[in-house]
Design a protein around this ligand. Structure first.
Ligand code: TYD
Length: 140
């Protein structure tokens, strides 16, 4: 997989009557080395997660179970795009400096997030206006 723009990727799946299997390998199915893995679960109905961007961190998000929407804003004026994830074999690559939110979690959904950096609060952009400023500076 190339480091390109935001995209939903179909992961390999091994169909088997005993149960299906899907695979993620770093630098193959995700375009970065995986430094951190976390998951989000037990999300109460109507809750949303995220609403921030990262300066450096790239991520790859999979709905291992159930479904939810990944809502992304590139900060270039093109607005928000909603990517519904509802299969265990789809993932979405989110480049750095992308405003992202996750919402519309189904009951018992399980979100797996693979990250290219270890956790550091300094990497977060929590303020949307600051995010827009950083993005427009990048373009000029
Ligand atoms: P946050 O990234 O804000 O979650 P989300 O974007 O899904 O809403 O993280 C929530 C809390 O968890 C925050 O206090 C930081 C902590 N946290 C870690 O300690 N390590 C991590 O790797 C992550 C992702 C979060």
């Amino acid at each position: 997989m190339q480091k390109k723009d935001i995209q939903i990727t179909q992961l390999p799946k091994i169909l088997d009557r005993r149960g299906n299997l899907s695979i993620i390998e770093e630098l193959k199915n995700v375009p970065f080395e995986i430094k951190r893995v976390y998951w989000i679960y037990d999300v109460p109905g109507g809750e949303l997660r995220g609403s921030h961007a990262y300066k450096e961190n790239e991520e790859f998000i999979v709905a291992l179970s159930g479904s939810f929407d990944v809502v992304l804003d590139k900060g270039d004026g093109s607005g928000e795009q909603t990517f519904p994830l509802n299969r265990s074999y789809y993932g979405i690559y989110v480049p750095p400096k992308t405003w992202r939110r996750m919402e519309n979690f189904s009951t018992n959904s399980l979100a797996l997030i693979l990250s290219s950096t270890v956790y550091t609060e300094e990497d977060y952009i929590f303020d949307y206006n600051e995010f827009i400023k950083i993005k427009s500076k990048e373009r000029s």
